[in-house]
Design a binder for this molecule. Sequence first.
Ligand SMILES: [Zn+2]
Ligand SMILES: [Zn+2]
Length: 502
Amino acid sequence: MHATGRQSLAGRTAADGAPLHYERHRPEQTTLYRLVQQHAASFIAHTEASTGAELPRFIKDEFDAFLECGILAHGFLRLRCGECGDDKLLAFSCKRRGFCPSCGARRMSQTAAHLVDHVIPHVPVRQWVLSLPIPLRVLLAAQPELVTPVLQVVQRVVTRHLLAGAGLKADEGQGGAVTLIQRFGSAANLNIHLHCLVLDGVYRCDADSAPAFIEADAPTDDELHALLRTVITRLMKMLTRRGVLVEDTGQTYLAEPDADGEEARTLRPLQAAAVTYRIAFGPRAGQKMLTLRGAMPREATARQPLCADIDGFSLHAAVRVEAHDRKRLEQLCRYITRPALSDERVQLNAAGQVDLKLKTPWRDGTTHLVMSPLEFMQRLAALVPRPRLHLIRFHGVLAPNAKLRPLVVPQAPQVQEQGTEASAAAECEVETLQPRPNRISWARLLKRVFDIDMQHCPNCGAGELKIIAAILERPVIEKILTHLGLDPQPPPRGRAREAGQD
Ligand SMILES: [Zn+2]
Ligand SMILES: [Zn+2]
């Protein structure tokens, strides 16, 4: 939801005389919002003109939904405090997974809290990160259904290693893990990689007693190297068997993709551009992006412990969290579920170019990427995951149907179940734009905001908030917003312009 923030208009009264307390952040004032507002239509037109195919609906919807996210003029819920009678307006959120920073930040907080409170047992956890060579990143972006078998290979190899360490056979114990499929790198570039939070040990399952956890020793560098070799061999075998890799005279090639329709024609060049830092379309098509150097070049890091690199693959396993360090576990969960962008990182320079600040400077000292607004739109589009692609997966004892699951997950603390269910559902949920909002049920309306702290009125701190109305009809929206001295009109959208005009 968008009810926390800097703007406050306390002290006014609503049309019916109740005091109206109103605060929220203003997404329409961020640079990111203005860029999308002005350039999304041009981007869509350029992409479709240069590829001769229609951009997939789910990407266009993401841009539309982002432009409506948190904007009161598109409708809101009216909440009232039972104690002080304070009124509050709550704009709807887009709840999308591509690039909306505020929805991304809320999803991060909710998912991390959910994992720590309800999923990850009180045992040590090791983070295993697998990065892939660039051609395989492009492949997984274009064919996301391959992520599942890739993940299975990694899980099997790591679990077998942990079982062997505990001296158990495959049927004598079980591991457990949560994987976050992360789709971007620090430059909001498409970089699909896997963050697996693996329970650092295995559960021995005896028929009649509770499962006992056997802690693992840290892998040695040699073991890690050997594990990565096994992962690579099995991945290549699996991908070859599926026909996406072709072996020819001892070399492996990416199979020529079938021309699978319109979607592939527009998406592939966008994804390829976002992976290699090249620009997909427009006058600078194929060129490398300009970069800015600010900070001193960082020391080329010496070989790090527990980090294996082979042929463009890397496996990193140095981060471990102790059983009872739940705070650090939550930080780690937040880190791996963080959104691709934050508002602060997107700025415009004097020449009207987008200045994208990197999360961490590159080794060559690069601190920002500079690109045209159109190039930036291409990057945003490549970040949008396909609908129904689940980005969080549970394995072993943590799998949804695992018999041992209820015996090992943390016992739920006394919190509002409503919120946690909402966060559990958040990741899997696919929100669709509602063209006729006045027909939506209350349940659907509530799904369109993030879970709200209904227990604590932000004005008096004591009262409980109740939803008194959903304001969805233009005339009523206009009346209320005008009365409050707010802009009753949605921010205007830029129209598509010819290439070269921007
Ligand atoms: Zn949003
Ligand atoms: Zn109150």
